[in-house]
Design a protein around this ligand. Structure first.
Ligand code: ACO
Length: 319
């Protein structure tokens, strides 16, 4: 049995933070942010709004679109770097908020900006093994909580949001193949090195990044993993109907598309309005393109993640 995407959903917090707003907060300009990143605005979760709250709204929309009731979900995976708390997992909290039957496995995946792709790959393995029938896979982030709002080199890049898909079984794929990688040797180029310890946070609790190193690494591995996925399915680049790379930066996206010879008309781009929503970005972009009718049944969609760890991966799916 294969897994098919039965429905998608997403949710963005109401509060919009524009580049003009950031100009009033740190020494930056709209021009610098747009030319370096393509980002014009991002959403910021309200005080008290947690990753599970964003995940809840996105999940409800995905379940609606799939015509699947929450009580039928038998696997919940949440990809997040900004969980509600140290434990329990955000997936368990989401399971409870959705009223999904107790007993169904629920767990978080921590692969930073590759989180959604990792979660989809894991869910697909459960489905193929007959261990789950209706899987809810979510990427949800409140990244605004781990940003130093005085650090212009990082705070302009990220935003909050959630995206979700419901997978259900089918006789044909669906998910054609999944490809996950990590190289912990690069863990230092992007991290939040702080930790909860003895009642406080020790170390630096905000995102630190070597932007140039991240840029070069991301472009290299996104192109490589796309080629790997195509080769595994004996497909040509021209058979990719839609490329949905992690939405970190328009220049990374354009460089990846160029390497793969995929025209930008076939690349889904949301980074301009969402910023980098880490584990949520691919799921948010997928939902947007499904809902506005760009992605149609039968088309081949390449989902790609890359993020801290470093981690990277691809999911090639026939809609
Ligand atoms: N506004 C104005 N100036 C800034 C800002 C800002 N927000 N941030 C940094 N600068 C300054 C720096 O202080 C530096 O100044 P200096 O030269 O006087 O020291 C200068 O801009 C750096 O400029 P560039 O080298 O031209 O910057 P670059 O073109 O490398 O762009 C960027 C920086 C956007 C971070 C780029 O390296 C990048 O996109 N990297 C990828 C990072 C990324 O996307 N991370 C997301 C998380 S990772 C992931 O999701 C995979």
């Amino acid at each position: 049995m294969y897994s098919r995407i039965a429905g998608t959903g997403s949710y963005l917090p109401d509060k919009v933070l524009t580049n003009a707003d950031l100009e009033r907060m740190v020494d930056t300009t709209d021009e610098w942010i747009v030319t370096r990143t393509g980002i014009r605005e991002r959403r910021i979760a309200a005080e008290g709004q947690m990753a599970s709250d964003l995940a809840l709204e996105a999940s409800r929309r995905a379940l609606d679109a799939a015509g699947v009731s929450a009580s039928d979900v038998d696997l919940v995976i949440v990809a997040t770097t900004t969980p509600d708390m140290v434990f329990p997992s955000t997936a368990c909290i989401l399971q409870s908020k959705l009223g999904i039957a107790g007993g169904a496995p629920a767990f978080d995946v921590q692969a930073v900006c590759s989180g959604f792709v990792y979660a989809m790959a894991i869910a697909d393995l459960f489905m193929r093994a007959g261990k789950a029938k209706y899987a809810l896979v979510v990427g949800a982030e409140v990244y605004s909580r781990i940003l130093d709002w005085n650090d212009r080199s990082t705070c302009v890049l990220f935003g909050d949001g959630a995206g979700a898909v419901v997978l259900k079984p089918g006789p044909d794929p669906g998910i054609l193949s999944t490809h996950l990688h990590a190289d912990g040797g690069h863990h230092h180029i992007l991290s939040v090195p702080g930790q909860v310890c003895r009642g406080g946070v020790t170390g630096h609790p905000f995102v630190v990044m070597d932007g140039g190193a991240v840029f070069r690494f991301a472009v290299k591995v996104l192109a490589e993993v796309a080629e790997e996925a195509l080769a595994a399915n004996s497909m040509e680049r021209s058979q990719i109907d839609w490329l949905i790379p992690h939405q970190a930066n328009i220049r990374i996206i354009e460089a990846t598309a160029r390497k793969l010879h995929v025209p930008m008309e076939r690349v889904v781009v949301t980074v301009e309005r969402h910023g980098n929503t880490s584990a949520a970005s691919v799921a948010l972009a997928l939902d947007e393109a499904v809902r506005d009718g760009r992605i149609r049944p039968g088309q081949n969609v390449m989902l790609q993640g890359v993020g801290g760890g470093f981690t990277w991966g691809a999911v090639l799916v026939r809609m």
